[in-house]
Design a protein around this ligand. Sequence first.
Ligand code: COA
Length: 167
Amino acid sequence: MTAGQKPSDLSFEIAPYRGPRLLIRHLFELAEDSSSALDDYMGEGEILVASDGKMVLGHIQIITLSDSSPSAASEIKNMAVVERWQGKGIGSRLISAAIGAARSAGSSTLLVATAAADTGNLRFYQKQGFRLRSVERDAFTEASGYPDPIVIDGIELLDRVWLDRPI
Ligand SMILES: CC(C)(COP(=O)(O)OP(=O)(O)OC[C@H]1O[C@@H](n2cnc3c(N)ncnc32)[C@H](O)[C@@H]1OP(=O)(O)O)[C@@H](O)C(=O)NCCC(=O)NCCS
């Protein structure tokens, strides 16, 4: 596959990732500015990857939440698509696969958190059927590993937005 291909030419498969997670840390880093936070959660849950048979084009990490009674919930903890392959439908397919995995784990709700400053992500998740759930103010502090200041599209990274959808 080459960067010039049209989205309709894209051929990729989504499958569980069983390799060393360190090998795909660069993908996690596209979605996570705190390396200490990443160290803490990178080993958790299940990872699905989109691959064209030669390279990994994107990933999604799903964890089952243990404190989510009465109905079970899973969370998309981290997801990213390699920059040159973004905007071609890979992220949407990863979300569909994550919904399948979360259902299989017995969850009826899927949660995700993103930065309020990242309006592109807010658009992406809402297009995938997620709705706003809550806001965690001042979640991205220097103390929690986020260097100060981080600015996304002219908006300072401060607040975390939680979204969810039934699955
Ligand atoms: C967010 C991300 C995973 C989406 O994956 P993708 O493969 O680019 O998404 P898709 O091509 O399936 O896009 C689906 C829809 O969402 C839109 N969308 C995706 N990313 C967007 C962005 N950053 N800004 C605006 N719209 C976006 C697409 O335009 C498309 O809408 P359309 O149908 O109107 O064209 C990818 O952009 C990415 O890796 N971003 C960097 C890492 C990141 O921020 N991860 C999320 C952390 S919470």
